[in-house]
Design a protein. Sequence first.
Length: 591
Amino acid sequence: MSGPPVDPLPKVVGAPARRAQPVRPPDLIYGLDERPPLGHLILLGAQHVAVLCPYLVFVALIAQASGAPAAVASHAVGLSMIIIALATLLQAHRLGPVGSGYLATPVVSAIYFASALNAAHHGGLALVCGMIAFAGVVEAIFAWALPRMRRVFPPVVSGFIVIAVGVELGLIGVRGFLGVSDLHDPKLPTHIGAACLTLAMMVGLGVWGKGLPRLLCSLIGLAFGMAIAVAVGMVTGRDAAVIGSRPWFSLPDPRFLSYRFEPSLMVPFAIAALASGLRAIGVITTCQRINDASWRRPDLDSIRSGVLADGIACFLGGCVATPGLSASPSLVGIQKVTGATSRYIAYAIAGWFVLLACMPKVGAVLLALPVPIIGAALVFNGASMLVGGIQIVMSRPMTMRNTFMVGISLLFALSRRVYPEFFALLPSWSNAFTDSILSIAVVTCVLLNLVFLIGERRIEVMVLEPDDGKTTISRFDEKFRARVKKWELNAADAARAETSTNELLRLIEDGGHATSTITASVTYDDLDLMIKLSYKGTLPFVASEQRMPRGMVEEQIFAAGLSGFLSSVFPDRLNSQQKDRDCEISMTFQT
């Protein structure tokens, strides 16, 4: 239930450049805008729905934790299916500023499970509805603020949020897996054995399986676990009677819905919303990559629209007792394996879910899953999320700042479970920040990140005066490579910056623009690498600045533009200014 780690916060370009048309990858059978035949469309939709259905277990669990009757829980599952159908269509199409335009189907996300479970215990389904709707609003605000959030949520913080979610979810799963709530039950060894076999099936298919069995490992594992539970008597006659009593066809009834809001729960739900937004960024970025053979960097407009759609889906889910929706990495993996990324599949998925929403027996079966079997699924989920977060954190060099941010935050977060008596003595107003592992982890990590921003920026000034037979460009390369090694810059980012600076220096020299020695100022703060060239003379024209000198005729504009295009000057932001004969050109490369 997790996908390949992706740097959660995308690189934001300074000026809105015209993006090249995507190139259709040769391994796709049905591309983004291609309509599969009806039969294939129905089967592809059914395949996606089969992967999505296990996530509906979270709806049933939250309903059970709130003390809602089985009929209400069944109606909640049906309403969740309808919202997933609507959210899938919303995400697949660009409706103004909403929707990524990709097949990024949402699921009932484990990210919200711990917070929703706490809300269910404190205030029932009404409080779950209100707080999940609040989380959707937070994620929508996050989408709007996305370009401004890179310093607050660098990869180390973003990855650590995913780690914290995985730890909290995994610990909840371990509790159910081991039957901690009833250690004196004589059937405890049988329950643990069933949980072990269920987890072994999931892990075995995930490690050694191939193709669809590997992608459907969670679904197959749950079905296998349910079969074991029936065989050993964990599914009682009462459970079977409840399943039998539910009709085959009936519309979900929303009359049970009500709403409450609790300010003390705002922080954990806001943190879960941020984690959901980060996951949506990774999923949509992966969708962009598998649909474009010429992909180079994320399309921020599509990502922002997709995160906004994800937040709206979460809000709508909160309105109908769905405990948090977020884009699914697993379904993107299915698209990659099957070669079918067509957005028309969204209609098939929506159709299947609307049909299943009118079949209450589906919800009743989910409610009958025994706790140890669900615990095994949560352990599987939590482990996948935990490792995915570690991979995101390790995608950047582990400096001393990053080491202490992760280490200190993790230790204080785990202390919530090790020393609960200490946190019980804290004043009630602090519960919003200390009531869960996730809250403590994220608050501590973000605060440490803000503190460690002090003194983070490194500056090196280079005077590029040619001597000893070395040119200006070779002088820059020599000094810049020394900084790259000392500052531990990513090799690809450093190569891009060096190439761009070399081409810009070549433009200045070949055009005779500099009448003095060129000075290069290199600044790096673990997020942005900025190179500023200063000299006396005149400015060259570079196409990527997206400005055009006045008074040029068509052929001159063409020549200047082609020169800039061929010069390979491709920073994320390029700015220049000239006052009298003092020229300054700055390039920013987001790493």
